[in-house]
Design a protein around this ligand. Structure first.
Ligand code: GTP
Length: 519
């Protein structure tokens, strides 16, 4: 053992050609976490006794809702034809609100397993995730899951996959992640079909930071993919983005918890701990290199933009401090949430928070209430509107309270625009079999953050699924609707909306308030 640390694992024998880095992508509920558990069992990372424990999904809210919020990574060792492999599984979340996590995780992979429920067939996130992986040049292995279900129609789903993505038919792996049947073949395919990473451990360290989180005991943990060179305890490293220097105090792999290794080498994926104080210093997409040997940095990732804003207030104003602490704690591990103070005449002191989508918002609220035991009031979500004034200035309106007041400003509003979402090519529809169609359209995102998803689900009896991405801004006839109680405007009830909606929404609120408030 090189550094005298008896417990640390030696990965020196795993050269690039014996490493595979892959992820599993799937529509929500198609069985990604179940398959991950089976793979970890086969390779002995977790024991079979903890059946269905879904070790990679860690947050209580994830267990409850059966969704993955934070991507987790696990390394396993697997032997095939007498050769030992180090296989790194990079878990990705399934829901659209977290698609930025999918693309960052894919950057550390050379291939991916596209898992499709053999009863449900292709769904919106199957398509979205396939194109994410495909556009990053990754090898995609299609796998049909849940073939044990009585409603499974593997032939039909294979046909869909062939029509939608041009996969060759009759070559699909058919598995049951639940029973474990054919699951080992997934590992074999990963080894045989996914290309090994390309890199050279004799070059200076060039590593990509693709995830980070805060651990109460160890501090900031950075997950990295080593492209060239190696990293070990004691190395003096530097962030290409900030120029800040650090000293590495520990390196290792996630398997499934943190396991120290003597070093990490080119092609491998693992973590390092250093004297980084706050997670805000860990920029996803940043390049880390040795202080003395600068390298050309990676291109980096797009910073996720919040698309939904809501006011958050303590139900009991005495809880303000407690809630502030809870928000600080939660945002420590989720830098995609934006936080600004906000005061409401009805609800008192609070915050205006920005989220990636409404599920992201719900998960955040639920974690506040469950993990920190504070009860909160969250206002109706709004999207960021752009207001251009006649004096040329442009303003991003994240709250009805910020909506410019024509009279008070003394100058006019030139135009107001709202963000749009779309998916795929604009306004098209493609049939992938006689009963399934992909419809692409451009919609104002304000429609999607309200009840579009619920309506889509109920009109299609649960069969339709939805995915979206940012599609820029469009001018619209938007106004702020204020609600007056005893001739006084109540800020908590104000909302920005299309002019055509004011009458219906206004009457609706008035009708509900009539029953709620005493004369
Ligand atoms: N019958 C059957 N059920 C399965 C199989 N694989 C997974 N399931 C079930 O399908 C449900 C969803 O599985 P998960 O593994 O949580 O799905 P997921 O894709 O990880 O979900 P997200 O993390 O939310 O994206 C669970 O109830 C599983 O027990 C299978 O092969 N057969």
């Amino acid at each position: 053992m090189r550094d005298g640390d008896e417990k640390s694992i030696d990965l020196a024998d795993f050269d690039v050609d014996s490493v595979r880095n892959f992820s599993i992508i799937a529509h929500i509920d198609h069985g990604k976490s179940t398959l991950a558990d089976r793979l970890l069992e086969i390779t002995g990372v977790i024991s079979k006794e903890k059946k269905n424990a879904q070790v990679l999904d860690k947050l209580p809210v994830e267990r409850q809702r059966g969704i993955t919020v934070k991507a987790q990574t696990a390394s396993m060792f697997y032997e095939k034809d007498g050769k030992k492999y180090l296989i790194n599984l990079i878990d990705t979340p399934g829901h659209v609100d977290f698609s930025y996590e999918v693309s960052r995780s894919l950057a550390a992979c050379q291939g991916t397993v596209l898992l499709v429920d053999a009863a449900q067939g292709i769904q919106a996130q199957t398509v979205a995730n396939f194109y994410l992986a495909f556009s990053q040049g990754l090898k995609v292995i299609p796998v049909l899951n849940k073939v044990d279900l009585p409603g499974a129609e593997p032939e039909r789903v294979e046909k869909q996959m062939h029509t939608a993505f041009e996969f060759e038919q009759n070559r699909f792996l058919r598995i049951s992640a639940k029973s474990g049947s054919n699951v080992e073949q997934v590992l074999e395919k990963v080894v045989d079909e996914i290309p090994h990473p390309i890199g050279n451990r004799d070059l200076p360290l060039r590593s990509l930071l693709f995830d980070s989180w805060y651990d109460t005991y160890a501090g900031v943990i950075c997950l990295i993919s080593i492209v060239d060179g190696s990293i070990k305890k004691g190395d003096k490293i530097m962030s290409a983005h900030t120029g800040v220097k650090y000293e590495v105090s520990q390196v290792g792999i996630m398997s499934p918890g943190m396991k120290k290794t003597q070093a990490l080498y080119a092609g491998q994926v693992g973590y390092f701990v250093c004297n980084m104080k706050s997670i805000s210093e860990a920029y996803i997409g940043d390049t880390f290199h040795l202080v003395k040997q600068p390298v050309s940095p990676f291109e980096g990732f797009k910073q996720p933009k919040p698309m939904v804003f809501a006011g958050l207030f303590p139900s009991d104003s005495n809880d303000f401090e407690k809630l502030q602490d809870a928000i600080n704690q939660l945002t420590l591990n989720d830098s995609s949430v934006t936080v600004n103070k906000e005061t409401s005449n009805a609800l008192g002191q609070g915050w205006r928070l920005g989220f990636l989508g409404t599920l992201h918002m719900d998960v955040f609220r639920q974690r506040l209430e469950e993990e920190y035991d504070v009860s909160v009031i969250i206002s109706h979500p709004t999207v960021p509107y752009k207001v251009t004034l006649t004096n040329g200035t442009e303003q991003l309106v994240k709250s009805p309270a910020d909506f410019p007041d024509k009279v008070k400003l003394g100058y006019n509003i030139e135009k107001i625009s709202e963000p749009y979402y779309y998916r795929g090519s604009l306004n098209s529809h493609t049939y992938i079999d006689e009963s399934r169609v992909i419809i692409s359209a451009r919609l104002p995102s304000s429609e999607i953050v309200t009840d579009f998803y619920d309506k889509l689900k109920s009109h299609s009896s649960g069969f339709a699924s939805l995915d979206y991405e940012d599609s820029g801004y469009e001018t619209a006839d938007l106004v702020k609707m204020e609600v007056l109680l005893n001739n006084e405007p109540v800020d908590a009830l104000a909302a920005v909306m299309h002019r055509s909606r004011v009458e219906t929404n206004g009457r609706d609120i008035a009708k509900r308030l009539k029953d709620l408030i005493k004369r």
